[in-house]
Design a binder for this molecule. Structure first.
Ligand SMILES: *Cc1c(COP(=O)(O)O)cnc(C)c1O
Length: 221
């Protein structure tokens, strides 16, 4: 199947409320062009440097939204602000305050999601639920950031019903935060769902799904 036909097949399954982000880490720029020609305008990348190289080769393609979905190191925060319209992987308060200060200096206002760990997971970054609830007042002071919602990734080894419960808990956390009516924290977006579990994420209310392998084929390593 071509990339275009895979994209068309996925699109037919998606409700209008769900934004499809094509994850292009390790994907060469000719495949990114194919996805662009098939109508994709949202691309997800996990590394700042890899993205910079691709962006320089894709300058002729207007209207792309770049989404950072991988952990951001503090020393790359300024670069990330220049390259990405969305940062899904904002995963701690220190990084949030740094991004906020830099966004003020650069006069930009990135859209961000707060990455949460709904279950303990030593392999992932992100706030635990109690940590996030405790940090909300300070996050609300990050007025250059447009905090739009939550991002999460389930740990490996869960079955479908556990994954669904995991995503439902994420949605309930977003609802709980929304009810606190912070002026600068909005919970309109739920970035959850990858190639193996996006059906479950959509069932639980995902608004942005991040698909790599199901569009571009399997990655090395
Ligand atoms: C790689 C990655 C994806 C895409 O995963 P696939 O299984 O290829 O769909 C989505 N989200 C994050 C955070 C990723 O790192």
């Amino acid at each position: 199947m071509t990339i275009a036909s895979r994209i068309a097949t996925i699109r037919q399954q998606l409700p209008d409320s769900v934004r499809l982000i094509a994850v292009t880490k390790q994907v060469p720029t000719d495949a990114i062009r194919e996805a662009y020609d098939a109508g994709i305008r949202d691309f997800g990348e996990s590394k700042v440097q890899e993205t910079a190289e691709k962006q320089s080769q894709l300058q002729d393609l207007p209207g792309i939204n770049w989404h950072l979905i991988g952990h951001l190191q503090a020393n790359k925060a300024a670069k990330a602000l220049e390259q990405f319209q969305w940062i899904h992987s904002l995963d701690n308060l220190k990084l949030a305050t740094r991004l906020d200060r830099l966004a003020g200096e650069l006069s930009c206002s990135p859209q961000v999601c707060l990455q949460v760990k709904i279950l303990p997971d030593p392999d992932k970054y992100g706030w635990t639920i109690p940590e996030l609830l405790a940090d909300l007042p300070e996050l609300n002071r990050c007025q250059h950031l447009k905090i739009q919602g939550l991002m999460t990734i389930p740990p490996l080894g869960l079955d479908d019903s556990q994954i669904l419960e995991f995503f439902n808990t994420t949605r309930q956390l977003a609802d709980q935060i929304q009810q606190q009516n912070f002026a600068h924290i909005h919970m309109e977006q739920l970035s959850m769902g990858m190639s193996g579990d996006y059906h479950l994420a959509i069932q639980a209310g995902a608004t942005m799904i991040r698909l790599g392998q199901t569009l571009f084929g399997s990655r090395r390593g």
